[in-house]
Design a protein around this ligand. Sequence first.
Ligand SMILES: C[S@@+](CC[C@H](N)C(=O)[O-])C[C@H]1O[C@@H](n2cnc3c(N)ncnc32)[C@H](O)[C@@H]1O
Length: 318
Amino acid sequence: MELPAALRAAVDRALEGVPLGELQRAADTLSSRYRAEVRDGRLHLSDEMFANAYLATRLPATFAAVRASFESVAELMPGFAPQSLLDVGAGPGTALWAAADCWQTLGSATMLEASPSIRKVGSELAVHSGVDVEWRAADAAKSFEVQKADLVTLAYVLDELSPAEGLSLVERLWAAASGLLVIVEPGTPAGWRRILGARARLIEVGAHLAAPCPHSQACPVAEPDWCHFSRRVARSRLHRLTKRAEVPWEDEKYIYLAVSRTPATNFAARVLAPARGGSGKIQLKLCQGDGSVEEKLLTKRDGGLFKAARRADWGDIL
Ligand SMILES: C[S@@+](CC[C@H](N)C(=O)[O-])C[C@H]1O[C@@H](n2cnc3c(N)ncnc32)[C@H](O)[C@@H]1O
């Protein structure tokens, strides 16, 4: 997946002339803080260089994950046409760009963000988004005043909050969502556990699960396994240089949850891992509508189901 052309061009302009060595050092620090999920009271994007490093190395991947999450829920809610967005922990505006790319109806957005450095970067990029955007300083761990929005998003933020702050935020965001709430997290066991916590709380307060789960029973995936998906992300030249990487792409692992005010289309199963197979057979790991997870072997004898399974990718519905 690539960034939309207008965003790619705006990011390239923002990073023009930034010294590569500084970008690399900031990206290394950022990456180790994210990997260790450091919560030391400081924001990871605490200055301009960290904000630049995020643009160069993380925005393409978080965009891909958020955009893919939107795509899978849009498939199940074809009538959903959001006009307004509320995004919390907005960073450089990732969810804004992904939402505008997915739903052309989007007209306005409110972006809440605690870090002045990334807020500045995000608001400069957003000028090119074609959406009427308001940026606000806010601490998501505390209560804040917002108007309801059709679409509310929280992408890659829960890992920066304590579990109690995260759950309280999720409830407040659900109250602010007049249509859909989408939460995205890194596709790690810890990210999945946070999504499970949010899932349980949102079911309790009456939300309808739209995606990725085909049911609202207890999650059947058991540790040490965990539910997650993956998107291949194109790396720009500067991205490769900043990461000192050879390969022109990376695979972003992510997990998401979309809950809605009205029920989304039912589906039989979702593919939870890359398909395995040889000639005439295919094995799929499926999360199924009856609340079970199953490795299913399909052969030509399964007819239409086999044909559908051959086309199914990790993350698709059957
Ligand atoms: C990993 S970035 C994700 C940015 C964007 N949502 C994305 O998906 O690319 C997390 C963002 O949440 C912001 N953040 C962290 N804690 C916050 C808080 N308590 N209140 C508001 N924003 C916060 C950070 O400053 C950062 O911009």
